[in-house]
Ligand binder design. Structure first.
Ligand code: BTN
Length: 264
């Protein structure tokens, strides 16, 4: 069971998730959050039990059945230079990483924003924003966590898992939502002070699933192989190109990073 009351009972933050909108069903919590962003306070969290048109990265769908998973989008209205908005995605990834690893072992991060357990994806994050050339009007990180579901669409089944599949038991979604908000707020406040990700770089890199492994960097029609070395202070992935040995920094956005032999 998920409800506004149950979630708020667990919430222990100053502002992230304090103003909570709970929906039994919506098209996409990101779409909902973007529609109300102009009139909402920063830290407003939209949670739905079910999404009819859940959105993934790179124009993909995010399958969003009722009763088992977490779908939530946070409205952030602090004015940030637009080029720094991808950093908020990595902060969200760190927050989910911390909340999930309290419950499971072998939890890793796949740059920029997937959380991986036993080599399979358990979380996806899609960040959307509105800005002018100077600063953001809002940033909406949308987080999907596979919690108590046990089945996946055939096209993602090989690379997806859930907390229940990994642990063999159900988890309380309200506690997880509140914990993600707690960690998010801690990291986001630090980011607002420092303006970069230097304060999480070490722990992020220590838990990077494909650190020092060969990966394939895919951008539209182009792709190349490289060793993933870790993130820099801005959250960009530093790689060493396999063919030339050149060092490149890859910024997130419309780029995929894949393992040479599969998802990681
Ligand atoms: C990915 O492709 O990995 C990103 C998936 C993001 C899914 C979440 S679920 C909550 C929020 N609402 C959406 O429509 N998408 C994000």
């Amino acid at each position: 069971m998920l409800s506004k009351e149950l979630i708020l009972k667990q919430m222990n933050t100053a502002y992230c998730g304090k103003n909570l909108i709970y929906l039994d069903e919506t098209d996409s919590t990101n779409e909902y959050a973007k529609k109300i962003a102009a009139t909402s306070e920063s830290g407003t969290l939209v949670v739905a039990d079910c999404q009819k048109k859940g959105k993934g990265r790179l124009g993909r769908n995010w399958n969003s059945p009722a009763g088992t998973c977490i779908y939530m989008s946070l409205i952030l209205k602090e004015r940030i230079e637009p080029h720094k908005s991808p950093m908020v995605t990595l902060i969200a990834a760190m927050a989910v990483f911390d909340a999930v690893r309290e419950k499971l072992s072998d939890v890793k991060i796949k740059w920029p924003n997937d959380i991986v357990v036993g080599g399979k994806k358990i979380t996806g994050i899609l960040t959307e924003m509105k800005s002018d050339s100077q600063e953001t009007e809002y940033i909406v990180p949308g987080i999907g966590i596979n919690v108590n579901n046990e089945e996946f669409a055939p096209e993602i089944a090989a690379n997806a898992t859930s907390m229940k599949i990994e642990a063999g038991r159900d988890f309380d979604r309200s506690i997880l939502i509140a914990n993600v908000m707690k960690y998010f707020e801690k990291y986001y406040d630090e980011f607002l002070k420092t303006g970069d990700l230097s304060f999480i770089k070490e722990i992020y890199n220590d838990n990077l699933v494909n650190r020092n492994n060969e990966v394939e960097i895919i951008s539209g029609e182009d792709s190349y192989r490289a060793a993933a070395l870790g993130i820099d202070d801005s959250g960009a992935l530093i790689v060493r190109k396999k063919d030339t040995g050149e060092i490149h920094t890859v910024v997130s956005g419309e780029v995929s990073v894949r393992g040479v032999y599969g998802y990681v």
